[in-house]
Design a protein. Sequence first.
Length: 253
Amino acid sequence: MSTRKICLLFICLLSHSVIADGREFALIAKSTSDQNFIEVWRGCESAAQKNSDHCVLLGPEQETSARIQAKAIESAINSRRYSAMAISVTKSDVIAQAVSQAIIPVMTFDSPFAEREQNLSLSYVGTDNQQFGRDLARQAKAIYPNGGSVCLMTAEHDTNLALRVLGIRRELSGNPALIDAQPLRGEGGWYEPERCLWDSGDSNKRALAEIRISLTEIKPDVFLSVGSWPLIDPQAYQNILLPFQENLRKRSH
């Protein structure tokens, strides 16, 4: 995502009024300790300072929590301190409730509202998440054109990740209208084993453990992760795959 665009869009949203020095913009992250969101904040702050404005990073300090994020949003709104707000949405319905009374411009970045709540956001900055999922699925179809078994890995309550999973399922099934949260049960020749889909819990160690179980017990044809959790520690990831390397090579040809 473009960190500079976030602040520039804030300014555009306020273009109907006079922009004075010292405005503050709330950047509501899924976790304020996540390096990705820290980088977003740095980019936003750098752009804001050119107009003597500031971006303030708010949200849960450690693990992602829709409830804590919603409280941070409500506190920001009630403070009347901020001129606009950008949110990386965790659980869409919970966050929608928190912003429903906002009288300042609201936009989303990284993770948008679900379709039914998109009217609460004036704009979205980030990846086309369904297209991301479709692109992953096309890689699987290139190897297994007639379908097969697929394990998916995501993290619960992240709207952007849910959209990526939906994109995978719609592409593999060949049904662009496949409903959300519907596992594949043979559509397009693809099915998801009962123990998938995996919830990584936003944890590298948990993700690697789930990959190990998948390879030793479930043995799917394809394993697709919609996030980077398995790759956070590249050496640990290689160590997990090493015992299965020869078998995986044979199955992909």
